[in-house]
Structures are given as C-alpha cells and as structure tokens.
Design a binder for this molecule. Structure first.
Ligand code: FE
Ligand code: FE
Ligand code: ZN
Length: 280
C-alpha cells in the first residue's frame, strides 16, 4: 500500500495534524518541529502526544517525518551558529523521543566561503556530537538543489558526510525530487540510472523517505522552486514511476507542493489511483 502524505502545519499540535492527514486521505505526514525560521519550540504537550499516538494507531498513520527549521546551518563558519544548530537539533530530537518511529529530516546547510570540504567536516562533526546523546530517531540528510553554496547537491557529498560519522546506523537520506532534478539528476529520462548511482555512492538502504515535488525549472537549474505534481518540468508520469518503482514503493512519500489542503487531497488521491492502476 502506498504510504503518502504531505507537509502539514504543526501549529495545533500532533492530534490535529493526525486528524487533518486522515481527512485528506493521507497515511503519513511531515511537519516543522518549530517555526521554520527557527524560533523557540512550543512547550511539549504530552497529553496531545498521547492522544495522537492512540489516534495514529487506530487510523494506520505511521512513519511521520519531522523537518528541522531551514534556517539552521550545520556548516556555518561561526562556531556559535554551529552550536546553535546542534542545540536546536538536540532539542528537537529530545522531543521526538516521545514519538516512536518518527524520522527527522534536515538540510545539510551552506558552506558559504569555506568550501565543500570544510562543510563536510562540520556537518559530520555535528552529527557525531548529536549521536553522543543516544537518541533513537533516524536522522535524514535531505538532497538539495545546490542553490548558492548549499551542501548535499551531489550524492558524493552526502556519502562523504555519512562516511565521516562514527556511528552512522541512525543516519539516512531523504530524496527530494525537485531538488535532485534541479541538482542535475535526470529522474525524468533515466530514473533507473539515477537510482543506480545513488546505490553505488550512498547505498539505497540509506534512502528512507522521498519528498514528492514537481519543479518550476529545468534539469540542473539549481533554483529550488517547487511546483504542483504534473504541472512542472518533471511531470506526472515520472511521479507514477517513482511511487510504483520496485526499489522505492515501500518508502514513505511526502508532498511539499504549493497547495492548500484541498490541493494536497487531490494529489494524494491522484497518486494513489495511479499506483493502484500500475500495480494491478
Ligand atoms: Fe526540506
Ligand atoms: Fe524537500
Ligand atoms: Zn525545496
């Protein structure tokens, strides 16, 4: 069965997100752990979490994905900013200990003027620091479009980061379709070759989640502008191939397309229908 959901607002808490997900036909969802710009997190509401967990098991919601605020920078030049990133991520992970099976996705960061080599060192150091706490949540590095000095555009870069983490058993990758396409990987014409490349550089066993986004811009444009499914340069057929691919179909998929809830509901229904049709 296709596991698919979308990005939801976490403003009203976990139970509200779970109910919203079910209402739009999703069986998983993604949310920001706090204001995406990195403000202080709300107080942890254990009653809400308890109610959510009960609701989730009754309604078959699983593998939810928490997304770190995108203003964090694990490879900032300023050590104080790196420390802030580490503290914020640890705080998020501390909270996620209450949600068994959740995963935590973050953007590797921007190396600015220091070069990718330094970026790799800083990001893996930060992951080593986080690992010392012994959190259980799987941490995912997101594939990025390579805008500016963004890290994580190439599979090699992600692989180098993971290689330098002492215990990488809790580290995985979230592949964003818009980002990899923008980053120059032609998932439209050669999905199998891209997956093969992912497999021999990073290893497909590291791939734990997929962000489903069409792209406003063409292959290798490094722009990172998401589009609705089927209305961008990637196109519906590729999304059908992705959600039904034998090497991918067991993964959870999250839409981050420019949509309101109705739009998400339509995209979820469309992809579920296509997946059912392909597999029949
Ligand atoms: Fe992201
Ligand atoms: Fe994404
Ligand atoms: Zn994006």
């Amino acid at each position: 069965m296709l596991r698919i959901g979308c990005h939801l607002s976490s403003a009203k808490g976990y139970l509200a997100m779970g109910q919203e997900a079910v209402k739009i036909g999703a069986n998983t969802f993604q949310f920001f752990t706090r204001n995406p710009r990195g403000a202080k997190a709300k107080e942890l509401n254990l009653t809400d979490i308890e109610e959510y967990l009960k609701y989730a098991s009754e309604h078959g919601l699983a593998q939810i994905l928490a997304h770190a605020p995108y203003t964090l920078n694990a490879c900032a030049k300023d050590p104080a900013l790196r420390q802030f990133t580490c503290d914020t991520m640890c705080d998020d992970l501390e909270r996620l200990e209450h949600i068994p099976g959740a995963m935590y996705n973050f953007h590797p960061g921007s190396h600015v003027q220091q070069g990718a080599e330094m970026g790799i060192v800083y990001i893996s150091e930060l992951l080593n620091q986080i690992n010392r706490h012994g959190y259980h949540t799987l941490i995912l590095l997101e594939t990025m479009s390579g805008k500016g000095t963004e890290m994580g555009r190439s599979f090699e870069e992600l692989s180098s980061i993971i290689d330098q983490v002492e215990d990488s058993s809790r580290i995985g990758v979230c592949l964003d379709t818009c980002h990899v396409f923008d980053g120059g990987y032609d998932i439209v014409n050669s999905l199998d070759a891209v997956l093969e490349e992912f497999d021999h550089t990073i290893g497909l066993k590291r791939l734990k989640a997929i962000h489903l986004n069409d792209s406003k811009n063409g292959l290798g444009s490094h722009k990172d502008r998401h589009e609705k499914i089927g209305q961008g340069k990637i196109g519906l057929q590729t999304f059908v191939q992705i959600v039904t691919h034998p090497r991918l179909r067991q993964l959870p998929f999250y839409l981050e397309t420019p949509n309101d809830l109705d739009g998400y509901q339509r995209e979820i229904a469309l992809l579920k229908e296509k997946a059912k049709h392909e597999e029949a």
